[in-house]
Design a binder for this molecule. Structure first.
Ligand SMILES: Nc1ncnc2c1ncn2[C@@H]1O[C@H](COP(=O)(O)OP(=O)(O)OP(=O)(O)O)[C@@H](O)[C@H]1O
Length: 272
């Protein structure tokens, strides 16, 4: 389904992403880890064409999405939704309108100017919010919501596009552990229930181990690890992060232990 072939992105003389290749067969949950500056965001931005690649191909079902131009590139962007660390919602706009923004590019200028949404679109947005457990927030301004709720609105906006792939750039980096868990559980549900591929840049090892089917470790623009989460030993992690013997995994942790019943119940209630 996805084949990344020798993809490189240069910024001046520096390779932010340096000749990376990997392929993913099915709708997996892929985590990309690595220290700041490793090239994780640049890769995701190339995938959905926010940034051009300097060389290489990204084949999705055999089609090189890096070669698409104009309307075809925009069409690809709608199949490849992106979620950001800072949610990127319109703070003063209500939640349901933010979700409807996911299909802005499918509307005429007139429809956009007068905020005309079809009943079917509005019902679909509400359905998605309901599925993510935040339907009651629909009329509120986005800025009135907690960080975790805002990130779920951003996920709802992404789902409105009905994408094949969801790219998540540090989706939980601004959240407290409990909200982080709810957001990761939500992404996992979408991956498993809908069969949409998720590729998430993650900064915590325990999150990568817990949610991903596959983990890719990047260092200085290159892939230095590509394997299953259980292969991600402390030694491997130390290598990915370029850390010394004093590397402390706990320092990269935000997750809540799975055996903490109240947290689990809270998360389940939020997702119900
Ligand atoms: N627009 C740009 N112009 C110049 N250099 C850039 C640009 N974008 C990224 N870089 C450089 O490319 C390298 C990779 O950056 P990137 O943001 O992809 O890393 P990252 O792994 O996502 O890190 P972080 O987690 O801090 O976002 C860094 O050295 C960065 O300074």
């Amino acid at each position: 389904m996805l084949q990344v072939k020798s993809v490189t992105r240069m910024f001046g003389a520096k390779a932010a992403v340096d000749d990376i290749s990997f392929s993913v067969d099915g709708p997996a949950f892929v985590g990309i880890i690595g220290r700041s500056g490793a090239g994780k965001s640049t890769f995701l931005r190339m995938m959905n064409r926010l940034t051009d690649a300097s060389a290489g191909q990204i084949l999705v079902n055999g089609r090189d999405v890096l070669a698409l131009r104009g309307a075809a590139a925009r069409e690809w962007q709608s199949q490849c939704a992106m979620i950001f660390q800072q949610f990127n919602l319109v703070p003063r706009m209500d939640v349901v309108s933010n979700v409807l923004c996911g299909i802005l590019n499918r509307r005429s200028t007139l429809q956009t100017m007068f905020s005309l949404w079809s009943r079917a679109d509005i019902l679909r947005a509400l359905d998605i919010l309901d599925r993510l457990g935040i339907a009651e927030q629909a009329p509120k301004r986005a800025e009135a919501l907690s960080g975790g709720q805002q990130q779920r609105v951003a996920i709802a906006r992404a789902l409105m596009q009905d994408p094949r792939i969801i790219l998540a750039d540090e989706p939980i980096a601004s959240l407290d552990p409990m909200n982080a868990q709810v957001v990761m559980d939500t992404l996992k549900r979408i991956n498993v229930e809908d069969g949409r591929m998720v590729i998430a840049n993650l900064h915590t090892l325990d999150t990568a181990r817990r949610y991903c089917d596959r983990v890719i470790g990047m260092r200085d623009g290159r892939i230095v690890f590509d394997g299953r989460p259980e292969q991600l030993s402390t030694g491997v992690a130390r290598d990915i992060y370029g850390a010394g013997a004093d590397f402390n995994e706990a320092a990269t942790s935000t997750a809540i232990p799975a055996d903490r019943a109240p947290d689990r119940a809270w998360a389940d209630a939020m997702l119900a």
